[in-house]
Design a protein around this ligand. Structure first.
Ligand code: NDP
Length: 323
C-alpha cells in the first residue's frame, strides 16, 4: 500500500467493524496487523447517517480516505428480514449509493464492500461459488436485503468499466463474535440463541430453539473475517467478489450451534426445538476454493474455541451490549 494510507471503515461500531478494530489493535504480524504508514478511522452512525449524501460527503471531506472498507448496513436475522423488506432494500441501497459515489469523487484507491451468502439464488446447485450471485431470485424471506446487496457487485463493475475505479466486494457466511447484536428478535441465529440460553439459565426456564435445528450453515468467527478483510484490502486485486468462509466440511447444523452454546454456558436445564417456527433456507453451502487458492495457509479459529470466546465476551459485557 502507498505511503500515508487513510483507511475509512464504515460500520466500525458493528460486529465486523469492531473485529477489524480488534485485529488492527492487537495483531502484531505484518500481514494482518497495522502498518506504520496507515491511519485507520472507524465510523459509527454518530459520525453521520450514511443514508444522507450530505453526511457522507462531509465525512469524506473531513478524513480524505485513500481506502474504504464499507461494512455499514441494515442487518438482521430471518424474522426481521421477512418483516421489513422495503427498509432492507432502500436503506442499504442509499448507503451503498452514497459511499461508492463519494469514493469515486474523492479518488479513493480501493473500496471493499460486503455482500453475504444469503443473497445467492434460492434455487441453485451446491456448493455456491462467486460466479452465481446473479443466477436467479433470492429466497423470498430476504429479497429486499439480497437485491440491495447484489447491486453492490453491479455498481462495482459499472464504476470499474466507466471510471476505472478499484471497487470490489467480499461474501462472508454467517458471522459471529464479540459485539454482535443480541436482540431476542431481529438478531442472527447464534447471538439470538446465546441470549436465549443465558436467560433460560438465569430464570431457570426451558431453552427453546426456534425451528427444527436441522438447517446447515457455515459460520465464520468475526476476528477471522476481520483478518480476511484486511488481506482483501491489501492483496486482492479482482473486481469480482470473493467468498470469505470456512470450508464445506466445516458446515454445522443449528442444533450443533445450540449444543455449542449450551456447553460454553454450562446450561443444565431443559432444552427443546420448536418446529412450528420457520427454518429459512435448508442450506446454502458455499465453496471457499477461491479464497484457499489465494491464501492457502490461512488458519481459521476452531468453532468451539470461537463460540467459547464469544459466549465469555457476552457474559462479561451483558450490561452494556446490544440486546
Ligand atoms: P452490525 O449490525 O453489527 O453493525 C452495523 C453497523 O452499521 C454499525 O456500525 C452501525 O452503526 C452502522 N450503520 C447502520 N446504519 C447506519 C447508517 N444509516 N449510517 C451510518 N452507519 C450505519 O452489522 P455487522 O457488523 O454484522 O455487518 C457488517 C457487514 O457485514 C454488513 O454489510 C452486513 O451486511 C455484512 N454481513 C454480516 C453478516 C453477519 O452474519 N452479521 C453475514 C454476512 C454479511 P451504529 O453502531 O452507530 O448503529
Amino acid at each position: 500500500m502507498a505511503s500515508e494510507s487513510v483507511i475509512l471503515v464504515t460500520g466500525g461500531s458493528g460486529l465486523v467493524g469492531e473485529a477489524v478494530k480488534w485485529v488492527i489493535e492487537n495483531e502484531t504480524g505484518e500481514r494482518f496487523g497495522k502498518r506504520e504508514n496507515e491511519k485507520w478511522i472507524f465510523l459509527s452512525s454518530k459520525d453521520g447517517d450514511l443514508r444522507k449524501e450530505a453526511d457522507v460527503k462531509a465525512i469524506f471531506e473531513k478524513y480524505k480516505p485513500t481506502h474504504v472498507i464499507h461494512l455499514a448496513a441494515m442487518v438482521g436475522g430471518l424474522f426481521k428480514n421477512m418483516k421489513y423488506k422495503l427498509d432492507f432494500l432502500r436503506e442499504n441501497m442509499m448507503m451503498n449509493e452514497n459511499i461508492l459515489w463519494q469514493s469515486k469523487e474523492f479518488n479513493v484507491k480501493k473500496v471493499v464492500s460486503c455482500l453475504s451468502t444469503c443473497i445467492f439464488p434460492d434455487k441453485t446447485t451446491y456448493p455456491i461459488d462467486e460466479t452465481m450471485v446473479h443466477d436467479g431470485p433470492p429466497h423470498d424471506s430476504n429479497f429486499g436485503y439480497a437485491y440491495g446487496k447484489r447491486m453492490i457487485d453491479v455498481y462495482n463493475h459499472a464504476y470499474n468499466e466507466q471510471f476505472g475505479c478499484h471497487f470490489t466486494s467480499v461474501i462472508p457466511t454467517n458471522v459471529f463474535g464479540p459485539h454482535d447484536n443480541y436482540e431476542l428478535e431481529g438478531s442472527h441465529v447464534l447471538p439470538g440463541l446465546t441470549h436465549k440460553c443465558y436467560l433460560a439459565k438465569k430464570n431457570n426456564t426451558p431453552f427453546v430453539v426456534w425451528g427444527s435445528g436441522k438447517p446447515l450453515r457455515q459460520f465464520i468467527y468475526s476476528r477471522d473475517l476481520a483478518k480476511l478483510f484486511i488481506w482483501t484490502l491489501r492483496e486482492y486485486e479482482e473486481i469480482d467478489p470473493i467468498i470469505l468462509s470456512v470450508g464445506e466440511d466445516d458446515e454445522v447444523s443449528i442444533k450443533d450451534v445450540a449444543d455449542g452454546i449450551v456447553k460454553a454456558m454450562d446450561f443444565q436445564g431443559e432444552y427443546a426445538f420448536d418446529s412450528t417456527k420457520a427454518d429459512g433456507q435448508y442450506k446454502k453451502t458455499a465453496n471457499n476454493a477461491k479464497l484457499m487458492k489465494y491464501i492457502p495457509d490461512f488458519e481459521f479459529t476452531p468453532f468451539d474455541v470461537a463460540i467459547k470466546e464469544s459466549v465469555e465476551w457476552f457474559e462479561q459485557n451483558y450490561d452494556t451490549l446490544r440486546k
